[in-house]
Design a protein around this ligand. Structure first.
Ligand code: LHQ
Length: 258
């Protein structure tokens, strides 16, 4: 099984599961991941996802053994398969926590960066390995990197393919937080529990607003905020949040849209 899916109250844990190949990405793995995202989105009771890797790596990027002998154009066809996965992850109407347990290289690094909240084990590294094999950062790397770390660092990382230690990634704003290796999964589960109890529909709208902000000017973004806020304010969780505040008690969110 290229991935494992475990269900917990309110959330699911997806584990990339080819540890002998450092969870290198294959078409089968990408398709399984895509189906797991669809299943999570279709399940009303699933209000957060955690993504991690089995063994000592998070994901070593494309399985290079699978592209040996491919005609040059076939690499583009592979991305026709992977790009919808990145878009789906981004558009998923629930938060995705990526628990980077070890090296995240090539497409594996960018799969992590496509997630909403990236936690990394202190021993993890992020490598834009592409330049080592004459390729460019794909799976969104050229989009995510400059936005997260700035163009100067993005260019150097893409051209030098140097590993970035988790602590540096956090200092640079590439990821959310570094945690001790042996605390990674406990922290990721803790975040998922917290997110599973949050106003899920509101968080889905947050994702939409922040992604649109990457290309909108202020005028358009203000218009979008207006529309999304109207939608958020129509959700039962908004009413519950206000009630809970006034009654000085924790909110009991359902995550529902209406
Ligand atoms: C691997 C891989 C791997 C197969 C480790 N494949 N076996 C590209 C093309 C087409 C379309 C779609 O998109 C892409 C995007 C990409 O992702 S291109 C970039 C592909 N990834 C890489 O270039 C990274 C290759 N791997 C590495 O540089 C190293 O393995 C890293 C830095 C990840 C880890 O290094 P180490 O910790 O020293 O481990 P290792 O190199 O000894 O690897 C352990 C095993 O895993 C080893 O197999 P073996 O049989 O010798 O034990 C590796 O061959 C295998 N492995 N990555 N991507």
């Amino acid at each position: 099984m290229p991935i494992l899916v475990e269900t917990f109250p309110g959330y699911r844990l997806i584990t990339l599961n080819r540890p002998e190949r450092l969870n290198a990405l294959t078409v089968e793995m990408a398709d399984a991941l895509s189906a797991a995202l669809d299943a999570a989105a279709a399940d009303q009771s699933c209000r957060a996802l955690v993504l991690t890797g089995a063994g000592r790596a998070f994901c070593a990027g494309q399985d290079l053994t699978a592209i040996v002998g491919m005609a040059p154009g076939d690499i583009g066809h592979l991305l026709d398969r992977y790009n919808p996965l990145i878009k789906k992850l981004r558009a998923l109407p629930l938060p995705v926590v990526c628990a980077v347990n070890g090296v995240a290289a090539g497409a594996g690094a960018n799969l992590a960066l496509a997630s909403d909240i990236v936690l990394a084990a202190r021993g993890a590294t992020f490598v834009q390995a592409f330049a080592r094999i004459g390729l460019i950062p794909d799976c969104g790397g050229t989009w995510f990197l400059p936005r997260l770390v700035g163009m100067a660092r993005a260019r150097a990382l893409a051209m030098l393919a140097e590993p970035v230690p988790a602590t540096t990634a956090a200092e640079w704003g590439m990821i959310w937080q570094v945690v001790e290796d042996d605390r990674l999964m406990a922290e990721a589960h803790g975040l998922a529990v917290r997110l599973a109890g949050a106003a899920t529909h509101g968080l889905a709208l947050v994702k939409r607003a922040l992604d649109a902000a990457e290309t909108n000017d202020l005028d358009r973004q203000l218009d979008l905020e207006r529309d999304l806020q109207e939608a958020a304010s129509a959700s039962p969780d908004h009413a519950e949040g206000v009630r809970a505040f006034l009654e000085k008690r924790p909110a009991a969110f359902t995550g529902r849209r209406s």
